[in-house]
Design a binder for this molecule. Structure first.
Ligand SMILES: Nc1ncnc2c1ncn2[C@@H]1O[C@H](COP(=O)(O)OP(=O)(O)OP(=O)(O)O)[C@@H](O)[C@H]1O
Length: 251
């Protein structure tokens, strides 16, 4: 039975007159992990930015829990935004704040909880990503992988149902990247969090993705949707089968 938490409907996405994607439609099921994939410049990040309401599409809609993030305003928009968490590729932590203070930021912006409650929640979120011993560390005092995990803890501060991750493993070595994959799987399995991830990393995709949305720059849209294995073994497009075999990966 379909239980879509995100519905992208006939979406046109781009920047002013520069249309990058047209007529894009797909659903993300509750607790699913969906990866947005495709060649360089095909519009992966653009699609993600439109799904989180950062840009207003000239046409189409994005529903989150049945509510349009495109048309919502005021309190309704705030409520939708509270149900999603985001980490950007360049979304560095604030360097002058401790990890705990970084995780507190969304709580300070969106809630009026007392300070000690915020500190407790920040500690819990950092503990969820294995950083309970580093609450008072500055970002520069921990590794790149730990910074990524802290960014995920910050994105989870408001208990979102969906996490959008833009290139989460960019700049990480393969072992740290694999650890991040395990964290994503753990959060998905234990808390039922839905993930929409933009990544180029094939090993990660085979590890975490339930389905891949493959974008194609030529057609400015979705070439195919399927599990990584389906796209690798059964795609009707030779370029997709090749794309999915670019590197050695475990199956
Ligand atoms: N803020 C922006 N303003 C104008 N054009 C943009 C903006 N961001 C991206 N673009 C353009 O949109 C197109 C798609 O970019 P996007 O970053 O979405 O692709 P991508 O698939 O994520 O690429 P990559 O894999 O290289 O990160 C590119 O031609 C890019 O130059």
């Amino acid at each position: 039975m379909s239980d879509a938490i995100i519905e992208v409907k006939d979406l046109t996405a781009g920047y002013e007159d520069n249309v990058i994607l047209e007529g894009v439609s797909f659903d993300v099921q509750r607790s699913e992990i969906v990866v947005i994939l495709g060649g360089s410049g095909c519009g992966k990040s653009t699609l993600l930015k439109h799904m989180i309401g950062l840009y207003h599409p000239p046409k189409g809609d994005v529903l989150i829990n049945g509510k349009s993030i495109v048309n919502a305003e005021g309190e309704e928009l705030q409520s939708i935004l509270r149900s999603i968490g985001i980490t950007y590729q360049s979304g560095a932590l604030f360097g002058s704040l401790t990890l705990s203070e970084n995780v507190r930021l969304p709580l300070e912006e969106f809630t009026d909880l007392p300070s000690d409650a915020m500190a407790l929640i920040a500690k819990m979120k950092l503990s969820l990503v294995g950083l309970e011993a580093f609450t008072r560390s500055l970002p520069s005092e921990v590794s790149g992988g730990m910074q990524k995990r802290a960014a995920i803890a910050r994105a989870m501060a408001l208990d979102p149902q969906v996490l959008f991750l833009d290139e989460p493993s960019a700049g990480l070595d393969p072992i740290t990247s694999a650890e991040l994959d395990q964290l994503i799987l753990r959060l998905n399995e234990s808390l039922g969090i839905t993930f929409v991830i933009v990544t180029h990393e094939l090993p990660s995709i085979y590890t975490v993705a339930d389905r891949v949305v493959m974008l194609d720059k030529e057609i400015k849209g979705i070439a195919e949707i399927g599990s990584p294995e389906e796209l690798r073994d059964k795609s009707q497009h030779e370029w997709i089968r090749e794309f999915m075999k670019r590197e050695v990966h475990p199956t």
